[in-house]
Structure formats: C-alpha cells, structure tokens
Design a protein around this ligand. Sequence first.
Ligand SMILES: O=C(O)CCC(=O)C(=O)O
Length: 286
Amino acid sequence: MPSATLNLQPLSPACGAEITGLDLTQADEGAMQAVQAALAVHGVLFFRGQQLTPEQQLAVTRRFGTVLRVPYIRPMEAYPDIIAVLKEADERRISTFGGTWHSDFSFLDEPPALTLLYAIELPPVGGDTLWASQVAAYEALSPGMQRLLDPLRCVQTAWPHGTRGPGIDAPVSRSIGMVRGDPSADREVLHPVVRVHPVTGRRALFVNPVYSQRFEGMTEAESRALLQFLFQHATSPEFCCRLRWAPGTLAVWDNRCLLHMAINDYDGSRRLLHRTTVAGERPRGP
Ligand SMILES: O=C(O)CCC(=O)C(=O)O
C-alpha cells in the first residue's frame, strides 16, 4: 500500500495528521510502511475509529518497534507495559499527568522514541492534547542562535518533577502512581540541546520545562534566561497542533522531535487513556 492510498489529513503545517479508514490491527506491511513514512513527515498521527483491547494495543505498539517498559509511573496491574492515564471526575483542582509541555521521559539515558495513547473515556468537551514540532522550532531560530545551541548539552532529571512549572501548587492526580525514589528517574542525565533525528536527519530542539534543568557546566541561575526563552519559543502556536479526542482515537507521536501537553480543563469529568511506548536510542547531537 503506497503512502498515496492512506486517507490522511494534515492538522497544521508544522505537525499532526489525521488518518481515517485504517484498522491498525489489520494493517499489512505496506500500510505500516506508509504509516512510518507519514510519521516521519508529520511527527504525530491520529488514527480514528480504532477498537483496541490492551493486548491489541501492545500488538500495534510492537509494529512500531520494541515495547518499552517505563520506570517511575505505576503501570496497570495486569499489563506492566501499559500506563492508565486517568483523572477521575471527583479529582478537582489537581494537576494532571502530562499537563506541562514535555518530551516523554527525557530524563532516561534512552528516552522512548514513540508514545501511543489510546482514548477510552473522555469528557464531553475539553481534555484535548497539544503537540509542538521541535524541528519547526529549531528551524525558526536565527543562524546565530542555532550555532550557539548546537554544541550545548542540558541536564535532564525527573526529580523534582512536579515541583516546578505551572503544576507547582497542585498535587498530582491520585490516579497516576509515581514511584518516588526510582534510581532511573531520581538522577541527572546529560542530553544534547539540539537532537538529530535518527530517521530524518533533521535537527530539533530537545529541552522541555518539566525535565530540563540547566546547561552542562552552568548553574541554574545562569541557564534560566536562555532556557525560559527556548521553552516559550518552542511552544509558539505556529509550531503546534491540537487534537480533539474521540473514544477509539489512537495518537502515535515521536518524542525525538515533538513536545506535547495535556490540557487540564475538564474538572468534573472522567478521562481515561491507555499509554504504551516504543524504545528509543541515546539522543545524538549535531
Ligand atoms: O493525557 C494526555 O493527553 C497526554 C498525556 C501525556 O503527556 C503522556 O502520555 O505523556
């Protein structure tokens, strides 16, 4: 199945495309190649109308690569490779999982390449998710700023995740079990500020306000102004797309070249999605 036969609708010029009429549990090798090619172009794909049991989601995840069992968040009891992203209707005025711009688990030595998020139960309105292309963000910078950033590395850590940024005053949803004291999360890892994508070869910004702490060899105070500029620049509206979920929507995104965040605007409603991840490689700079 050549890519021309995918029923694909881009959501914004920078990133995101919706695919209809494809049952991922039945897709043949040719269709999966077309999907991989579309993912390289759009960064995040939205497959409407899927019907996935946890086993089927794991099988679909395996079509994209090796399933990664992530640390730090308690998985579903029966499925150690799936996280239930849940906020209950009675969890009001509380921060939600992924409610600040981030790239998934960028504090790991080898952060996940892809994340698959499958919508099961949604608020009648709200609970959308945003993505921002970090290739577009990098390419919009001046040559002088690109030259400054290209050789830099940044300290990434999951500690003290949740104590900085917009969620600072709010307790994290009780429905998400964070495993504190996990040695793979509670430490510092150095990653390039500009990441070269292993498939496309394109350069992308690779810092985020949840996990990126300071530049290598600099203090937090010295790093702050430039990091703040990058966090703000990286999420400019023209680099973004926004998904309105429906039950049965599966989003697949590439953490190597996108940031994302969940919009926490649906107090009083239950929202449940199942999340799996595909293993990635150690980020490489220019
Ligand atoms: O719930 C969402 O929309 C996004 C959750 C998230 O940030 C994640 O799965 O990494």
